[in-house]
Design a protein around this ligand. Structure first.
Ligand code: NDP
Length: 300
């Protein structure tokens, strides 16, 4: 079997960012509305700091306003809710991103519930979760959809075109990744199975999949012989393994070298799903700014 075609998330994300940048310029020109993204980081987790910084930088690159809120780890839930209420009422802010995880003394669902659903560019508010959970096949995604799952579905559409009738197996049932991916693939007329840590004979189930999406957070867990020849494999996992010289290297949840021999399409890690996440955040922010300006959802 020929080696799998790599799904080049970097290039696809760059093209999406470019389209979003064009959409921002058009919105500014037509309505004098500059999309604004507010990021909220509580505490000093180094990985979260890197993510938040890159989100703010990309927003500015695309012509948006970026409002960066850094709060100490000791911030009370009441203070955080007060900030969110202020951002909800600020007309210059079209998207609010609360970087997760939050410190343990803060009730995360409570905070996500406080974000205005029309500014919830992460798609984590229960109203947006419900909208995605009840969407009809083929209906427009005219509300905020979680960014990583949206990125996965865009990569699949780019690689395969129509997904109609395909058997999809999603490994991982988290509310942030696995479940929303499953909803998006159902909307695209796939026949979807969601697997998790209690699934019996996971390798055999994976071998039935035309589309295999893996989001479990376990380095190189899915082996090459779990993959149906020619399948499209989306590896969401980000895991750090020790590398020579005291360094670390990033690997996914799928054993890349093995999968490459058997899959039809495959995302690399890094450079697959990761770059799509930030691009989709910008996409959601533009869509919400358009909504505020009275413009319809645009398939950009
Ligand atoms: P969670 O830890 O929230 O969920 C993991 C899921 O994997 C759970 O449903 C769990 O099952 C399942 N699982 C764990 N072990 C196994 C196993 N041995 N067999 C089958 N299923 C298993 O993780 P997330 O969904 O938040 O993230 C998953 C991965 O994706 C992580 O590596 C994360 O870093 C990465 N990620 C990447 C992003 C990107 O931008 N590329 C963005 C978000 C996440 P159960 O429910 O039974 O416990």
């Amino acid at each position: 079997m020929a080696a799998a075609k790599l799904i080049d998330g970097k290039t696809i994300a760059a093209a999406l960012r470019k389209r979003v940048g064009k959409g921002v310029a058009e919105l500014v020109a037509a309505r004098h509305v500059k999309p604004g993204l507010a990021t909220v980081l509580v505490g000093d987790d180094p990985a979260s700091e890197v993510y938040v910084r890159s989100k703010g930088r990309v927003a500015v690159e695309l012509g948006m306003a970026s409002f960066d809120h850094r709060l100490p780890a000791s911030t009370t839930e009441a203070d955080l809710l007060q900030l969110i209420a202020r951002l909800n009422g600020d007309p210059a802010v079209h998207g609010i991103l609360v970087q997760l995880p939050l410190p343990r003394h803060i009730d995360t669902p409570h905070v996500l519930l406080a974000v205005d659903p029309d500014k919830d560019v992460d798609g984590f508010h229960p109203m947006n979760v419900g909208r995605l959970g009840s969407i009809a096949a083929g209906a427009p995604l005219d509300f905020p959809v979680p960014c990583t799952p949206l990125g996965c579905s865009m990569l699949l559409a780019d690689a395969l075109g129509s997904l109609r009738g395909k058997d999809a197996v999603i490994v991982g049932r988290s509310t942030l990744v696995g479940r929303p991916v499953a909803q998006l693939l159902l909307r695209s007329d796939c026949t979807v199975t969601i697997a998790h840590s209690r699934t019996r004979d996971l390798p055999a189930l994976c071998r039935t999949a035309d589309i295999l999406v893996v989001a479990i957070g376990k380095a190189e867990f899915v082996r090459g012989d779990w993959i149906k020849p020619g399948a499209a494999v989306i590896d969401v996992g980000i895991n750090r393994l020790p590398a020579p010289g005291g360094k670390t290297k990033l690997v996914g949840d799928v054993a890349f070298d093995e999968a490459r021999e058997i899959a039809g399409h495959l995302t690399p890690v890094p450079g697959g799903v990761g770059p799509m996440t930030v691009a989709c955040l910008m996409y959601n922010t533009l869509q919400e700014a358009r909504r505020r300006a009275g413009l319809p959802f645009a398939a950009i």
